[in-house]
Design a protein around this ligand. Structure first.
Ligand code: NAG
Length: 537
């Protein structure tokens, strides 16, 4: 799985011998990045990052994951390059209708967490997460430790939406939130940081001669207030003022640069970060569907005018490589085999909508008991997902299906608003290996467009109870967008099943493909499968 010859590895710069030796000695750590690093720093869909320094000197990245539960994933790094998933700020999408995929048919696709903010507040030792979810209420979650327990402490109702918000905790402990789309406001919060006490519009998109502006972050640097935001599509703008409430002057930080990955979009939203040495970095993300929105890092310097200046890479744009910001501190590899010891899932797993917690158990495998009677994978509860990784993601799941019931559908999906799967349909006593492609929802409204169709089927031998399913993708924005499904009855020899599925590269759903492990009933609940392992390669 892990090694210098892995097909997912992008070429790294030349490694010093010491580094090679260190890497060779360290099994199961991220391949050594030596003196330079390669973008994206995480080849996975972790959009809308808000990166900040924790009390322990590590960096924490909060991201969006929309209708996936738990919400608002958190990554940690010591060096800004090697990141690991450590938890979520929103334990459950407890925002009202749709998030539990109720029998009424209500759903919450594209709801949930997006463009939120997370910071540590020293004065009371609490982490804050603030986000406008579910169009349009703002929620505040806090936690004594970044890994939890996170708790919902406040809801700003009645249309008070801190759209694309960034939190600043000032030197005197005052909390400010910058937010807005087109028109940007700064709100000063009360002492607990739960409600606004003063709100002012500070500038509009017109002030920067652009048609729209969003993705707001706020910083205090050398006694001055900065707002970082973007015109969607390709331009990052930085604003500066002596007061949190303005007046602000602005400059363009990055405009329509070449992306560090072929076919990716110009990075244009994210976070400014300072290292202990006083060096500065901009963590943004490149739009690279079908792989998603991938975090990318670049250095910035400071001009005499007090504005940051983007450092172009050797491609004349956002570099594919830059020097390491800090001495490398390896983290566990993103590519690994999960065997689900339990009792909890690792934080790289998220459910499609809130899970029915009584219908799954993690104990040396994940038992997925059917939780919905439906014909529609998008209405089924307890689809367990994992982000795809890298340019050529491969996922292999091992499933014991001996307790499937009549009418149950279980399998392994390339899952987003346009999905396909390989799985087993049980009807009566017949177990049919099935490939189904083209389950489509409207990417804006999430209304059903197509229920999909069976593109291959074959009866399984009657003595079989265990099966391996595999997906092999070309997820590059510039790639073929192939997804090939295969299966194995012994875990060794895999047989292609069904035609190649073409991954969708639209962006409007805001979430990339995931490996989705599902089990739902079409007749009656009660059956189950056991997921023995998932290999993410
Ligand atoms: C998918 O299968 C086709 C046909 O065998 C092959 O040409 C293509 O390279 C495969 N793609 C991936 C990503 O495995």
């Amino acid at each position: 799985m892990v090694g210098f010859s892995h097909p997912n590895m992008k070429p790294q710069s030349v490694l010093p011998l010491a580094c090679v030796l260190r890497c060779a000695a360290a099994a199961a750590v991220h391949p050594c990045r030596a003196d330079s690093f390669t973008n994206p720093v995480v080849y996975e869909d972790y959009p809308d990052n808000d990166v900040s320094l924790g009390p322990d000197g590590a960096y924490y990245l909060s991201a969006s994951n929309f209708h996936y539960s738990p919400g608002a994933p958190i990554l940690r790094s010591q060096d800004l390059v090697n990141w690991e998933a450590i938890g979520h700020s929103v334990p459950r999408l407890d925002f009202g209708g749709g998030y539990d995929l109720p029998p009424s048919g209500e759903r919450a696709y594209r709801g949930g967490t997006w463009a939120s903010t997370m910071r540590y507040r020293e004065s009371n030792g609490l982490w804050y997460w603030i986000g406008c979810t579910n169009f349009w209420n703002t929620w505040v979650f806090t936690a004594p430790d970044v890994t939890g327990p996170w708790e919902k402490v406040s809801q700003m109702e009645g249309g008070l939406c801190f759209y694309d918000n960034g939190l600043l905790i000032d030197d005197d402990d005052t909390m400010y939130v910058v937010y807005g789309s087109g028109t940007v406001s700064v709100a000063q919060l009360d002492e607990q940081g739960l409600l606004p006490v003063r709100t002012e519009v500070v500038f509009t998109a017109d002030d920067a001669n652009v048609d729209s502006i969003e993705g707001n972050r706020m910083y205090k640097i050398n006694g001055l207030y900065y707002v970082l935001n973007d015109r969607p599509g390709g331009t990052t703008i930085i604003w500066k003022s002596e007061s949190p409430f303005g007046p602000y002057e602005h400059k363009v930080l990055v405009e329509n640069v070449a992306a560090p990955v072929e076919g990716g979009g110009s990075p244009h939203q994210g976070s400014l970060i300072e290292t202990p040495e006083g060096d500065w970095y901009f963590m943004s993300f490149t739009w690279a569907y079908p792989a998603g929105r991938l975090p990318v890092l670049a250095p910035v310097t400071w001009g005499d005018d007090g504005f940051p200046v983007f450092v172009t890479g050797d491609n004349g744009g956002w570099g594919a490589t830059y020097p390491m910001p800090l001495p490398e501190v390896p983290t566990p590899d993103w590519l690994r085999t999960y065997t689900f010891e339990g009792p909890d899932l690792e934080p790289t797993f998220e459910w499609n909508h809130n899970p029915d917690v009584s219908s799954y158990e993690v104990n040396n495998g994940v038992t997925l008991t059917t939780a919905t009677v439906t014909e529609d994978i998008y209405s089924a509860r307890n689809t367990l997902t994992h982000r795809i990784h890298g340019e050529f993601p491969v996922g292999t799941v091992e499933i014991d299906f001996s307790n499937m019931h009549d009418g149950d559908r279980a399998g392994f999906a390339a899952f987003r608003d346009q999905s396909a799967y390989i799985g087993i349909h049980r009807d009566g006593d017949t177990y049919t290996l099935t490939a189904k492609h083209g389950m489509i929802m409207d990417e804006w409204s999430s209304e059903p467009v197509s229920p999909g169709s069976i593109v291959a089927e074959e009866a399984l031998p009657s003595d079989t109870t265990r099966i391996w399913f595999r997906q092999e993708m070309d997820a590059r924005a510039s790639g073929t967008r192939d997804c090939n499904f295969s299966y194995s009855l012994d875990g060794e020899t895999f047989e292609t099943f069904g035609p190649t599925y073409e991954l969708y590269d639209g962006w409007a759903w805001f979430i990339a493909y995931r490996f989705g492990i599902f089990n739902f009933a079409t007749k009656a609940m009660g059956g189950s499968i056991e997921v023995k392992s998932l290999v993410v390669a």
